[in-house]
Every structure is written in C-alpha cells, then in structure tokens.
Design a protein around this ligand. Structure first.
Ligand SMILES: Cc1ncc(COP(=O)(O)O)c(C=O)c1O
Length: 359
C-alpha cells in the first residue's frame, strides 16, 4: 500500500477553521448562549406546523428551484423572480458568490475584523483576501477599501451592520464608495442583520441594488426570522449574477422543511418583526447600561454588542461564563455578545459590571 495521501488542493492549507459560538453547557447551572447572534425566541406555532408538515415527505427531494419561496420573496421585495437565488444560509450563498466570481489570481476585498466566514470561503475559492482594517471607531474604512481595489479585484464585501462590531455604513458614504467601484467588480451588501437597523440613514440594500448591476444583496432567515437551524438564505442581484448563483448552488441544498418554514415566516412577518422590536429595546437597555458602567461600546444596529477588550478578552469571556452566559471571544481583540432573553442580558450586565470594577 502506498504511503502517499490523495492530492488535495494547496489552497486548503491553512484555511482558518470556522469557530461556531459555543453552546451553553447542559446539565450544569443555568446558562445562556449569547455567542452566535441567534434569535432567542422559539419558532412560532404556525411556522412550526408548516415545517412539521413538510417533514412528512422528507423521503422526497425538495423543490430544487425553491419556487414557492422565490415567488413569495419576489412579491415581498418587489423584485423579479429572476433576480433571486437561494442557498444553505446566507453563508452558503456567499460561497456561491465566490465560486461565481473569483479563483486563483483574483482578489476579494473586505473589512476586517468582519464576518469570519469571509477569509474561509475566499481562501477555499483560491482567491486572495485583501483585508482592510476597520477605522478606530470600528466602522468600515470605505476610502481605504476603494483604494485597495486593483485590476484583480473581483468581489467586495460590505457587511452592514458589521459582524462583530454592530457598526453601520450610511447612505451617502455607501453611494460615494459604490461610485468609485469599477462596474465589473461585484459589491456584496451582506445584510444578515438588516431587520435590527433603526438608524434611518442606513440604506436598504434592495433600494441600492436596483439601478446598480454590480451590487448584490445578501439576506438570511437565520436571525430576525429565527430559522438558523434550517439553513436558508438568499441573494437579490441582477440577472447575470443571480443566474450564476443558481448555477453554483448545491443542488437541492435548501430542504423542503426550510422552504416551507421560510414561507410561513414571511407570512408571519408582523409577529416576527414585533419580536425583533423587543430585541431592539433590549439592545438599547444593554448598550445604555454598559455605557453607564464606563465601557466604550460602538453604536450597534445589530442584535449584538462589541467590547474591544484586547488582552483581557479571554478573561472577560471566562467571567461571563462563570456568571451563566456564554459569549463569543475573539482572542486578543474583543468579545461579541448577542442580545438575548432579558434574564440572559441581566446576567451578562452583572458580569460586565463586576469585571469593570476589577479593572
Ligand atoms: C454578517 C453575516 N453574514 C452572514 C451570516 C450567515 O448566516 P446564515 O448562513 O445563517 O444565513 C452571518 C452569521 O452569523 C453573519 O453574521
């Protein structure tokens, strides 16, 4: 038997591993998971019912074209059906975008720190990441991002609001940036947290994309709609891009259960957005309390807050865990804390206050 292992693509060497938010420990004292930006509310009964009924036919493949869901989305957002593409969560669609646009020798520009899947899916595609550091106030440095564009650039991510900082890009600066991007470079507006935005100056990407053929909008059912475990996201883009996303999708990637639950969620939008409203209220409470405690917290328009703790990051995360909340540390940089149930937020605030007093 030969000792040689099968040849694997060299691009895979050193691909960073995606670190999922740690679950809350089971069996021990009460613990809350504030590490994955999930929606703390359980599925709505109507959504659950429709998903369960779809489960009754899971011996069959799902509708590969997601016809029902795509029709519903086209209606909801006032876009042609041909401008929609679905995938296994918006991270799946982001990977489809990479596959459709970039390969070895190409460059992908994005802010950093931002969503941790960007470097992973870029490296897997064979393209090169061009990470543009956030400004001192934790926002996209759009000037530097425009300056980083070369003739090799194929795709640019704008994460609005940005994960993990919660900061936003506003209308004027985004329009000015887009005016500087060559028309053959695709700009992806990743709006995973769109429904949590209350700042009227933050544009809806779907309005921006309409007269810009090189802009695609990424959305997900994982956050505001509470379907993280079902894996369904979508992009809205002009036809050549959307068609390329349909080509690069994993066939039958979105289960019928996910499709039906997504349709039911769109129909229950008022109720779901009411829940988002409560979380936005909690966000204001948590933010205000942290500021009162003396923390510097970037203004957040997402369902999480960011504390830049530098060298104290892991100690802070451990202190939170001891207090009953699991947060998401980025070692040496900071901690991202999801806005969760009131009790979870209270536990977090108490831990933050105690930690602050020790400093
Ligand atoms: C900015 C951003 N984009 C995309 C995603 C992907 O979410 P999903 O694949 O569940 O749609 C996330 C998830 O955390 C995110 O933070």
């Amino acid at each position: 038997m030969s000792e040689t292992s099968p040849k694997l693509r060299a691009e895979l060497d050193g691909v960073p591993t995606y670190k999922p938010g740690r679950p809350a420990a089971s069996g021990g004292p009460l613990a809350y998971k504030l590490s994955s930006n999930e929606n703390p509310y359980p599925p709505l009964p109507g959504v659950m019912e429709r998903a369960v009924s779809a489960a009754g036919v899971f011996n069959r493949y799902p509708d590969m074209a997601c016809t029902g869901l795509v029709n519903e989305l086209a209606d909801r957002f006032g876009v042609p059906v041909s401008h929609l593409a679905t995938g296994t969560g918006s991270v799946g669609v982001a990977q489809q975008l990479l596959q459709a646009t970039a390969g070895p020798g190409d460059e992908v520009v994005y802010p950093w720190r931002s969503f941790e899947a960007y470097p992973i899916i870029t490296q897997i595609s064979g393209a090169t990441s061009v990470k543009v550091p956030l400004t001192a106030d934790e926002t996209h440095d759009l000037d530097a991002m425009a300056g980083a564009i070369t003739e090799r650039t194929r795709l640019i991510f704008v994460c609005n609001p940005n994960n993990p900082t919660g900061t936003v890009v506003r209308r004027g600066e985004l329009e000015r940036f887009l005016d500087r991007v060559p028309s053959d470079v695709l700009v992806v507006l990743d709006e995973a947290y769109r429904e949590f935005i209350r700042d009227a100056e933050v544009p809806d990407g779907i309005e921006i994309y309409r007269d810009r053929p090189n802009v695609a909008v990424l959305r997900t059912f994982s956050k505001a709609y509470g379907l993280a475990g079902l894996r369904v996201g979508f992009a809205i883009a002009h036809e050549p891009v959307a068609a390329a996303l349909r080509k690069t999708a994993v066939p039958f990637g979105v289960s019928q259960i996910a499709q039906e639950a997504a349709i039911a969620s769109l129909r229950a939008e008022d109720e779901l957005l009411g829940r988002v409203g409560s979380l936005v209220g909690e966000r204001a409470r948590v933010y205000g309390a942290l500021v009162d405690q003396g923390w510097t917290v970037p203004g957040t328009q997402a369902n999480f807050v960011w504390l830049r703790l530098g060298g104290r990051t892991l100690d802070f995360a451990a202190a939170c865990e001891a207090a009953g909340v699991v947060v998401r540390p980025f070692a040496g940089e900071g901690v991202r804390v999801t806005i969760g149930e009131c009790e979870a937020n209270d536990l977090f605030l108490r831990a933050a206050e105690a930690f602050r007093k020790e400093l």
